[in-house]
Design a binder for this molecule. Structure first.
Ligand code: AMP
Length: 126
């Protein structure tokens, strides 16, 4: 099975410059921007510029250069914002995938949340 990418998703529109975003950092292969409905004092989304649906899709198909760029950019954002568990109070990286993952936007993204205690990982109620 191969993922099918919907070019009309909102992050694809952001990448094409069709709708605005609050960019935190942009590199050759990666864009990070503020989430429009923040769930914590720090809530950013880190996305690859390539057309990948989920993290596993990205991990399977992206080039080494894209994966390296994405990973290093994530680290750079943590350093810039001071939220790492090393320099700050820590953070959470979340990447929702598909129906059970409750993914709303079908373009691979990692949420970076920080700035308050974030509770347990999962809501037991589902
Ligand atoms: P997910 O449920 O993991 O797919 O999360 C999608 C996230 O995208 C949500 O946290 C939304 O608040 C966020 N979002 C949707 N549209 C925009 C937008 N135009 N700019 C920034 N964030 C957005």
């Amino acid at each position: 099975m191969a993922y099918s990418y919907d070019e009309k998703n909102i992050f694809a529109m952001i990448l094409r410059g069709e709708i605005p975003n609050k960019t935190v950092i942009e590199t050759a292969h990666t864009l990070a921007f503020e989430d429009i409905q923040p769930q914590a004092p720090v809530h950013m989304l880190v996305i690859p510029k390539g057309a990948y649906v989920t993290y596993d899709d990205f991990a399977a198909r992206a080039s080494d250069a894209e994966i390296l760029d994405f990973t290093r950019t994530l680290a750079k954002i943590c350093e810039m914002t001071g939220v790492s568990a090393d320099a700050g109070d820590g953070c959470r990286f979340i990447s929702n995938a598909g129906t059970h993952g409750m993914q709303e936007v079908p373009h691979m993204h990692v949420h970076l949340l920080a700035g308050r205690p974030l509770g347990r990982l999962l809501d037991p109620a589902g």
